[in-house]
Unconditional design. Structure first.
Length: 381
């Protein structure tokens, strides 16, 4: 099993949706609503805010449903199968309003569309985040699975940072506006199909424990009991701090490229450097984690990342392109270390909680609000 790439590749395929869909969302959704569909900026902000709030509701509910599910396909994998069509439909609906012309009707439609997308994201991603602890109990093998997952996620983000805009401009129009509607629709159809089929691959290549105890009644006290787990509290602090930081730094970096240093024409090259380096460094960070422990990459990546952010102070329109690319690579050192360490340590919390309580309840996943969705790393316009 340790030398078998198939389950690792199939497992990692699920995060093509996680990494790719939110890259497209972050870069294009607000632009689409404001510049193509003609919605007011305030209304667009409200749509996104409501969607974030909805995420906080659907994640724990889906975690509870997944824990209690018993089926011939398991309690997690069944939702990969169920989610294929909804993933496709929800992504297309984000970028097409089916001929609605009234602005108020559009606001209602896109609010519901984004809530639908968030619900579908929870349906597949919450079981996906929990299934790894069922697939293997080996410490190093879990690191390998997470490394593959982060590489696939980074690769998807790289593709989705460049290809969608090419499709939109080629099949729609070069300039932002209503004339780009056909391009956005075709982009949504293509990537919606890709994201949906990824879950078929993940369903086909993953496995779960075959014998599960009967589902137990979970009380509010049981949910809150996870906070007595010191390892959970520590990971929660690290996870929240890192995810907020990575989104803020990404948003700030993209803002500087577009608005401050006026390097819009080199946007793909600079962001591509960041994403390619993140993907390549994930392999290096994975090897370090296997030898030194899951937390060790943080000791290397985060100091480099912090120091690189101070360079923002001296950036201006005269900053050479090579400096921006080097800065992107340094940011990638920190982002790859943080992503690998935080996600690979997550399954250990389940194990520690099981040793404490003698029950296998993935409550930490349900109690965690996915804060990476709360700070949009979108490109400033």
């Amino acid at each position: 099993m340790k030398n078998n790439l198939k389950p690792k590749i199939c497992y990692a395929s699920g995060d093509i949706f996680g990494g790719g869909a939110f890259m497209i969302f972050s870069l294009l959704f607000m632009n689409f609503l404001v510049l193509v569909e003609g919605l007011p900026v305030v209304a667009t902000t409200i749509i996104i805010f409501i969607g974030r709030l909805w995420d906080a509701i659907t994640d724990p509910i889906m975690g509870r449903i997944s824990d209690r599910t018993r089926s011939r396909f398991g309690r997690r994998r069944i939702y990969f199968l169920i989610g294929i069509i909804p993933v496709y439909l929800s992504f297309v609906m984000l970028f097409y309003s089916f001929g609605i012309q009234n602005i108020t009707a559009k606001i209602v439609y896109y609010t519901l569309s984004y809530m639908f997308f968030g619900t579908v994201f929870s349906i597949v991603m919450v079981p996906y985040n929990a299934i790894l602890s069922d697939m293997t109990s080996d410490y190093n093998e879990r690191t390998d699975y997470t490394t593959f997952r982060m590489i696939f996620s980074g690769g998807a983000a790289l593709v989705c940072a460049v290809v969608p805009s090419i499709i939109i401009k080629s099949l729609g129009h070069e300039e932002n506006g209503p004339q780009q509607v056909p391009g956005y629709l075709i982009m949504g159809l293509i990537f919606g199909a890709i994201f949906g089929l990824c879950w078929l691959v993940t369903f086909w290549g993953t496995k779960e424990k075959e014998e599960l105890p009967p589902p137990e009644k979970i009380t509010i006290a049981t949910w809150l009991s996870v906070f007595s787990n010191v390892a959970y509290r520590n990971l929660l602090g690290i996870f929240i701090s890192f995810q907020i930081a990575v989104d803020l730094v990404l948003a700030l970096f993209i803002f500087y490229i577009d608005i401050v240093v006026l390097q819009y024409q080199n946007y793909e090259l600079i962001v591509g450097t960041l994403l390619v380096c993140s993907m390549l460094l994930m392999v290096v960070q994975g090897a370090i984690a296997r030898k030194k422990g899951k937390a060790f990459p943080l000791y290397i990546g985060i100091p480099v990342w912090i120091l690189s952010t101070f360079v923002f102070i001296w950036l201006d329109v005269s900053t050479p392109l090579i400096v921006l690319c080097i800065l992107a690579a340094l940011i990638a050192v920190g982002s790859s270390a943080g992503n690998l360490s935080t996600w690979s340590m997550l399954t250990l919390v389940y194990d520690i909680d099981e040793m404490r309580t003698r029950k296998r309840l993935e409550i930490p996943e349900k109690a965690r609000i996915t804060v990476e969705k709360w700070i949009p790393g979108g490109r400033a316009e």
